[in-house]
Design a protein around this ligand. Structure first.
Ligand SMILES: *[C@@H]1O[C@H](CO)[C@@H](O)[C@H](O)[C@H]1NC(C)=O
Ligand SMILES: *[C@@H]1O[C@H](CO)[C@@H](O)[C@H](O)[C@H]1NC(C)=O
Length: 537
């Protein structure tokens, strides 16, 4: 009783000091992808923990909960669940090591996510949020993944909107942020540059091509978004045209940290970087069995987890056998995330299988010397945060590119999961364990990554409350969003200058010609008179 009273007083004090009252926040995190949801919900949790009332719309069960967080879950249908598992199984069985072709194959998955995002907005419980006048919201947060049409719900509620992005910045954010593109020195998708270095000629060529592809992709994406927007909200005459809703975003929370990860680039004030938001600043105590297993690992321990999408049973049994053969002969202890405990890859004293793992807390353990992963962004971020080197086994989507970046930064090595052989697998593990450079590099990165004026959590809280305090804080926005292509590039000024230049040149030419004619005419006359004079003389 005392403690809850005290908590209440502390809460009131915090509210008074901050000057922001507890707000009703609507978060739409409907993208059916666990890796997106975990980042987005981590942002929402910060708000809930600080006294805000957060209503979250999802299509999956979030792993994170809080008493101030109310979940409206528009479940995947059985068919959707099946089709998602099928897609994952198919993708896992293919070689997707080439980023661009992987992106192309991802189209199917994009479409699936897109359709789910639409269906969620059509659910009566979600419509009720704006149709029922008793609901009072102060701010909308949209989990951003190709779903600009969802920003419409903020217009329906007439409240400011903040985007929560588990991704890095790329072309699709241009229409909401107006951030300078600077493609000559800011590495684009598929191009890596070391922080502070310039791009080579071929990198700039590739960057330009990558930019063009993204422009085309964004063009079609925006067409689809506009169609969905009108399908959902077109019957309401008070709703602005689609193009306008992109210009109504107060800020975007990105799961990145440019100072440590790169790229170094100019950012508008509406770009808020909260990279590592899903990583706990202080690890929770580990379950007893895992803690004992790790504490007694005299030669260190390895964590092996291929994420939530690539389940063990989708892998070829030969591949699993090869992995087991190598791992069971190591002197390190292994924690292996494996779903089906009745059918494990094999028994070995140094291997512990577990269906579910507190990955972040395990990576924080000092005995962990290597993280074998599928190059999902979430896992890589956690590993980098805790300064642990990695061996990445990418499969599809953004994984090959993430793994390439790990190799580029020399935080570890990468090899294809689908073509995995025993010898290279063992060699790669031993190289990372025995060559200290990987650990040193990732530890140095970890220090830079954590060194910030405010932690990721503090940053989320500060800026969301800032938007609340200043009613959408439209002053953060780039004026570029409200300019046409012509004015944004000063084409009107250049046109006037050009016309003036043409006129000046023309007039000068005219004058010169007149002067010249006069002079030559006169001199001819003079010469004529001179010759005449000579003749008469
Ligand atoms: C919090 O939000 C829920 C809607 O999800 C609403 O029913 C509830 O009344 C809100 N609580 C407060 C204190 O505003
Ligand atoms: C969003 O639009 C409303 C009007 O509908 C406007 O008052 C507000 O300033 C806009 N916010 C931003 C960030 O542009």
């Amino acid at each position: 009783m005392m403690s809850s009273k005290f908590q209440f007083l502390a809460f009131i004090a915090a509210v008074l000091i901050n000057g922001t009252q507890s707000a009703n926040i609507l978060a739409v995190f409907s993208c059916p992808s666990p890796s997106h949801l975990i980042v987005e919900i981590s942002m929402a949790k910060v708000l809930a923990e600080n006294g805000h009332n957060v209503t979250v719309v999802t299509s999956m069960k979030p792993h994170v909960t809080h008493k101030n967080m109310h979940i409206i879950q528009v479940d995947l249908t059985e068919e959707e669940n099946r089709s998602m598992k099928d897609t994952m199984a198919k993708l896992t069985a293919r070689d997707n090591s080439d980023t661009l072709s992987a992106l192309f194959r991802m189209r199917q998955q994009f479409e699936f996510m897109f359709n789910k995002n639409r269906d969620v907005m059509k659910d009566q419980r979600v419509k009720d949020l704006y149709e029922n006048k008793d609901n009072k919201f102060d701010l909308v947060m949209i989990g951003y993944f190709l779903n600009n049409f969802q920003i419409g719900i903020a217009q329906k509620l007439k409240v400011p909107v903040v985007l929560a992005s588990s991704m890095f910045q790329w072309e699709i954010f241009y229409s909401t942020l107006g951030n300078p593109r600077e493609i000559a020195y800011v590495p684009n998708i598929g191009v890596f540059g070391k922080i502070g270095s310039t791009l080579t000629f071929s990198q700039r060529v590739f960057g330009l091509i990558s930019f063009a592809i993204q422009r085309v992709f964004t063009y079609f994406l925006e067409k689809d978004n506009a169609a969905l927007y009108y399908e959902l909200y077109g019957d309401d005459p008070n709703m602005p045209p689609y193009e306008e809703i992109n210009k109504n975003v107060s800020l975007v929370l990105f799961n990145t940290h440019g100072l440590s990860e790169g790229p170094i680039r100019p950012n508008m004030p509406g770009v808020i970087e909260v990279g590592g938001i899903q990583v706990k600043e202080q690890p929770d105590p580990l379950p007893k069995d895992i803690a004992e297993f790790l504490d007694n690992a005299t030669d260190g321990a390895i964590l092996l987890s291929l994420g939530s999408n690539i389940q063990g049973k989708f892998l070829k049994p030969e591949t699993v056998q090869k992995m087991f053969n190598v791992l069971s002969k190591l002197k390190q202890r292994i924690i292996w995330k494996w779903e089906d405990l009745s059918k494990t890859p094999g028994k070995s004293a140094n291997i512990m299988y577990s269906k579910w793992l507190p990955q972040d807390d395990i990576l924080a353990h000092p005995k962990i010397v290597l993280f074998i992963n599928h190059a999902g962004r979430g896992g890589i971020t956690e590993s980098q945060y805790h300064g642990k080197p990695m061996l990445s086994l990418p499969v599809f989507g953004d994984q090959p590119a993430n793994a390439d970046k790990v190799v580029f930064d020399e935080f570890g090595l990468s090899m294809s999961l689908l073509t995995l052989e025993e010898k290279p697998f063992r060699d790669n593990i031993l190289e990372i364990l025995e060559n200290p450079k990987y650990t040193q590099n990732v530890k140095a990165f970890s220090q830079l990554f954590r060194d910030r004026p405010m932690t990721a959590r503090q940053t989320v809280l500060y800026w969301v409350e800032y938007v609340l305090r200043y009613h959408g804080a439209p002053h953060l926005q780039s004026p570029l969003l409200h300019m046409s292509f012509i004015t944004a590039n000063n084409l009107d000024i250049f046109t006037i200058l050009f016309v003036v230049l043409i006129v000046v040149v023309f007039v000068n030419a005219l004058i010169l010609r007149l002067v010249y004619r006069k002079l030559t005419g006169k001199s001819k006359k003079n010469e004529n008179t001179k010759t005449n004079k000579l003749k008469t003389n």
